[in-house]
Write a protein that binds this ligand. Structure first.
Ligand SMILES: Nc1ncnc2c1ncn2[C@@H]1O[C@H](COP(=O)(O)OP(=O)(O)OP(=O)(O)O)[C@@H](O)[C@H]1O
Ligand SMILES: [Mg+2]
Length: 519
C-alpha cells in the first residue's frame, strides 16, 4: 500500500463494501493545508497520528498538540491491539509494520516536556490583547506600551517587564499621552489586573528567555526522519486562550522566520492545530482576517497547517476554503446546528455519484472517514468513503518513565531548562527612574540653594519701579511645581529612550502580520 512520494491514508470501499483503492495524500500538496473533523470518539486523534507518522517517515518535521495525553504514544513502538491488526487485515495492508518515532516533548509548564517560552516583545500587541481579552481601550494602551518599548529599545521579555512598562506609563500618563495618544489610567489599571490573573494561571512560565527557536521544531534525525514535536496540552487546555494564542504565535513565528520557497515537493513542516475552535471562538474580526492571511501565505514557505476539530462550522469559511486535504469522520445530526454542520461538510466535497455525502457522514464507522485530497494540478479528488489505516506507533499515552526517557535523550535536552533573566525593560526602567530621581533631586537642591547675595544688599530688583539694576545677578529659576517636575522627569526618560533606539538598534522594530517581531 505504501508508495513513494505519497502518504497512505487508508483504503476506500465500494458501495457493496468491497475494497476500492488506496487513498493517498500527495506530499507535494502537503503544504496545501487540511482539515480533520468528526464527533468525539470517531477516530480523529488516530488519524492525526497516522498523518504525523507518515510525514515524519518522509523527512517532514511535525508539530502537534497533545490535548488528551493520548498522542504521546507516537514516541513508542505500536502493539498488536485487536483493532489495529483487524484494521490492517480488513484493508489488506500487508506492508504494515510497527515502529516508534523521533519525538520531542514540549510543555509551557515545563512538566511533561521541554520548556516553551517566548518573550512579550516577540508575541506583540495583537496577540497579547487577544490573550488578555482586552477591550478596545485596553488594546490601545497595550499598543502604546509596545510602541514605547519598540522605539525605545526596552525589551519586554517577561511579565515583570510589561508590569514595569505599565507602571511607567501610569506614572507618566499625561506626558506620554501627548506623544502617543490617550493613556487612560483606568485602562492601565485593568490591564495590570488582567496580567495578575495571567500570572496566576501560569503564564509567567511562558514569557521569558530562552525563547523557543523555530529551528528546534524543524529538526530531522540522522536517518532522515522528521522530528515530531508534541506539545503537552492537557493542563494548558484549562486556559484555552493561552493555548490558542500560543499556537497562533508559533504559526506567526514560522511565517515571519521562514523563507519563501514556493511549492516544494514535500512540506518543510506540518503543523496540526487540534481543538481549532479555540483559535477562532469569539476572535475579533481583525484577528480573523490576519489569521486567514497567514494561513494563505504560509503555504509558500512550505508549511502545511492541518486543523482538527469536531465541527467543520468551527472554522471560518474564508479559512475553510483554503484547506485542500479533507478527512471527515462521522458527525451526529440530531440538532439543527449538527444538521447544518453535516450539510456544510457534505457540500465542501467533490461529489461521488456512488453515494450521498450527507447520508454517509452520519453513518461512518469508527476510524472511517470521507476523504478527499488534492491531486493532479491541485484539484480536489472525488470524495471516497475510506477506512483509515492503523497507526504504527502506540495508540495511547506513554508512561511517565517512558516520557522521561524520551526527554533525556532529546536533542534539546538541557537547552531550555533554566530561565535567563537578562537586562530588559524592568531593569532599564528602574535604572532610568533612579537616574531621573537623582537628577531631579540635584536640580531641586540647586534651585533651593540660596542665590548668591547681590552686591549692595537687596536680593530683589523690581523692574519698572525705578531701581532696575543692570548689575543685579540673574534671577534664580522659579521653583518647579510638582506636576511640572514630574513631566520633565518623563521627558528626560523619553529622551534617554530615544537615545537608546539610536544607539542600540538604529531603527524601530518591525512587526509582521500578526504583530510578532520580524527579523
Ligand atoms: N483507523 C482506525 N481503525 C480502527 N479503529 C480505529 C481507528 N481510529 C480510531 N479507532 C478506534 O476508535 C477509538 C477512538 O479513536 P480516537 O481516540 O482517535 O478518537 P477521537 O475522535 O480522537 O476521540 P476524542 O474526540 O474523544 O478525542 C480508538 O481507540 C480505536 O479503538
Ligand atoms: Mg482525540
Amino acid at each position: 500500500m505504501l508508495e513513494d512520494g505519497k502518504l497512505y491514508i487508508g483504503t476506500s470501499r465500494k458501495p457493496d463494501d468491497t475494497i476500492n483503492k488506496g487513498e493517498y495524500l500527495d506530499f507535494k500538496f502537503g503544504n496545501r493545508h487540511g482539515l480533520i473533523t468528526g464527533a468525539t470518539g470517531t477516530g480523529k486523534t488516530v488519524t492525526l497520528q497516522i498523518l504525523a507518522e507518515s510525514f515524519s517517515n518522509a523527512g517532514v518535521p511535525v508539530f502537534c498538540a497533545d490535548v488528551k495525553g493520548d498522542l504521546s504514544g507516537i514516541g513508542a513502538i505500536g502493539e498488536p491491539k485487536d483493532w489495529v491488526t483487524k484494521r490492517a487485515e480488513q484493508i489488506g495492508f500487508t506492508d504494515f509494520a510497527f515502529q516508534e518515532f523521533p519525538v520531542i516533548f514540549w510543555d509551557l509548564y515545563g512538566e511533561k516536556g521541554h520548556r516553551v517560552r517566548t518573550t512579550m516583545s516577540e508575541m506583540g500587541p495583537l496577540l497579547l490583547s487577544r490573550l488578555m481579552n482586552a477591550t478596545d481601550a485596553q488594546e490601545g494602551v497595550i499598543n502604546i506600551a509596545f510602541k514605547i518599548a519598540d522605539e525605545g529599545g526596552l525589551p519586554l521579555l517577561d511579565l515583570k517587564d510589561f508590569q514595569a512598562m505599565l507602571n511607567y506609563m501610569a506614572e507618566n500618563a499625561s506626558a506620554l499621552s501627548g506623544k502617543y495618544g490617550l493613556i487612560s489610567k483606568a485602562s492601565v489599571g485593568s490591564i495590570q489586573r488582567e496580567l495578575l490573573i495571567l500570572e496566576q494561571q501560569g503564564a509567567k512560565n511562558f514569557f521569558g528567555e530562552p525563547a523557543l527557536k523555530v529551528s528546534d521544531i524543524m529538526r530531522t534525525t540522522r536517518d532522515g526522519r522528521g522530528a515530531i514535536s508534541v506539545l503537552a496540552a492537557d493542563k494548558l487546555m484549562m486556559n484555552p486562550r493561552l493555548y490558542g494564542t500560543f499556537l497562533l504565535w508559533l504559526m506567526s513565528e514560522l511565517f515571519e522566520e521562514l523563507p519563501e520557497i514556493g511549492d516544494p515537493d514535500k512540506p518543510k513542516l506540518v503543523f496540526f492545530f487540534d481543538e481549532a475552535h479555540l483559535l477562532f471562538n469569539d476572535a475579533p474580526k481583525v484577528l480573523l482576517e490576519r489569521i486567514e492571511q497567514v494561513v494563505r501565505l504560509i503555504r509558500s514557505k512550505g508549511v502545511g497547517i492541518y486543523f482538527v476539530t469536531q465541527n467543520p462550522l468551527d472554522v471560518p469559511e474564508t479559512v475553510l476554503a483554503q484547506l485542500g486535504n479533507r478527512i471527515q469522520h462521522a458527525l451526529r445530526a440530531y440538532t439543527p446546528r449538527e444538521q447544518k454542520a453535516v450539510k456544510t461538510a457534505a457540500d465542501t466535497f467533490r461529489p461521488n455519484p456512488d453515494f450521498d455525502c450527507a447520508t454517509v457522514i452520519t453513518n461512518l464507522g469508527t476510524g472511517e472517514a470521507l476523504v478527499s485530497t488534492l491531486e493532479g494540478k491541485g484539484a480536489p479528488s472525488m470524495v471516497e468513503r475510506t477506512l483509515i489505516r492503523p497507526p504504527s506507533s502506540r495508540a495511547g499515552p506513554l508512561t511517565e518513565a517512558e516520557r522521561a526517557n524520551v526527554m533525556s535523550i532529546s536533542p534539546v535536552a538541557g537547552q531550555y531548562d533554566a530561565d535567563i533573566d537578562r537586562e530588559s525593560a524592568y531593569e532599564l526602567l528602574a535604572q532610568r527612574a533612579a537616574k531621573s530621581t537623582q537628577q531631579a533631586e540635584e536640580s531641586r537642591e540647586a534651585s533651593e540653594a540660596p542665590a548668591p547675595a547681590a552686591p549692595g544688599g537687596s536680593r530683589w530688583t523690581l523692574p519698572g519701579f525705578g531701581d532696575d539694576d543692570a548689575q543685579a545677578p540673574a534671577q534664580p529659576k522659579p521653583k518647579p511645581r510638582a506636576g511640572y517636575q514630574r513631566e520633565s522627569v518623563a521627558e528626560a526618560a523619553m529622551k534617554s529612550v530615544a537615545r537608546t533606539v539610536a544607539s542600540s538598534l538604529g531603527r524601530a522594530l518591525v512587526r509582521g502580520i500578526l504583530g510578532s517581531l520580524r527579523r
